[in-house]
Design a protein around this ligand. Structure first.
Ligand SMILES: O=C(O)CCC(=O)C(=O)O
Length: 281
């Protein structure tokens, strides 16, 4: 997959939208040809999971099996790892998390006609106790199909990235949600504090495939332990991404963003570390 920064990408505008609205949508991050490769990878992953007896329906999350859930994407196909290498996406993740981030999870949700919403939530609230003062997580949502209200596009609650604790979450939070709209090949970069849910797919025959690359600041324990999730062959196939996955015996040693070795007589610059990792909004 070609790793070129999307020529239409405007970092400054993206940053402003993320700060103000909690998300930005960047169209055309991957081409039609690349989309074809990712769609084929999704289909082969579903087939492989089923062949190996791995469940594709998660009953505790989705009301029925019209949602196909794919977990541990990097293990199933290199096309998914290629998505993580996309320079536009790397720039988007840097906006919220700086250079010191880790891939916390990478999953897919294929909403078929008949699928219904999951429970509304904010990803950061699932892994970090309140108060959520800082953006310490970011979801990069890959739109593999056109996404819109009727085919069950992800729904978000405007302004919810400012909510700092559960008391601020209104009882009618789900009713306040609105659907994202984006053409296939777009990426939605969403602050981890945005409350969101999947929509209902009420179409007769439109499939909605979306992939969720969820990143956290590297001092936060990731949702999955990649050391246990990835096979030796997949780990060997990774180059620069070993740090992104926190792999290896020293995988946790970058915590705080480049701590220098104390035995070399240097002390970490705590102020600088916080500035990178905790961008107060
Ligand atoms: O599929 C969607 O639209 C949302 C998925 C989601 O938020 C999740 O899996 O946590």
């Amino acid at each position: 997959m070609t790793a070129v920064q999307n020529p239409g990408f405007d970092r400054q505008r993206a940053e402003q939208e993320i700060r103000e609205n909690g998300f930005t949508i960047v169209p055309g991050v991957i081409s039609e040809e690349e989309l074809g490769r990712v769609r084929a990878a999704i289909d082969s992953t579903i087939a492989k999971m089923r062949e190996r007896g791995v469940a594709t329906h998660t009953a505790i999350i989705d009301p029925n099996d019209s949602n196909i859930r794919l977990y541990n994407l990097p293990e199933w196909d290199p096309a998914f790892v290629d998505l993580l290498r996309n320079p536009t996406v790397q720039a988007l993740v840097d906006i919220n998390l700086g250079a010191n981030h880790i891939l916390s999870n990478f999953t897919g949700n294929i909403a078929l006609p008949g699928s219904k919403p999951m429970k509304i939530h904010a990803d950061q609230a699932l892994v970090i106790p309140p108060p959520w003062n800082s953006a310490w997580a970011m979801n990069i949502i890959w739109c593999i199909d056109d996404v819109y209200e009727a085919n069950g596009a992800t729904r978000y609650v405007a302004g919810s990235h400012h909510w700092k604790n559960f008391e601020e979450v209104p009882a009618d939070v789900a009713e306040r949600s609105v659907a994202f709209e984006a053409p296939a090949g777009s990426v939605i970069a969403m602050d981890g504090r945005v409350w969101h849910t999947s929509g209902a797919n009420v179409t007769a025959d439109a499939r909605r495939a979306m992939l969720f690359a969820y990143y956290g600041a590297d001092f936060i324990r990731p949702q999955v332990n990649w050391e246990g999730c990835l096979s030796p062959a997949t780990k060997d196939s990774l180059a620069g991404e070993r740090v992104l996955f926190g792999l290896g015996p020293m995988g946790n040693s970058r915590i705080g963003g480049g701590l220098v070795r104390i035995d070399q007589g240097e002390r970490p610059d705590l102020g600088k570390m916080r500035a990178v990792n905790a961008q107060e909004i």
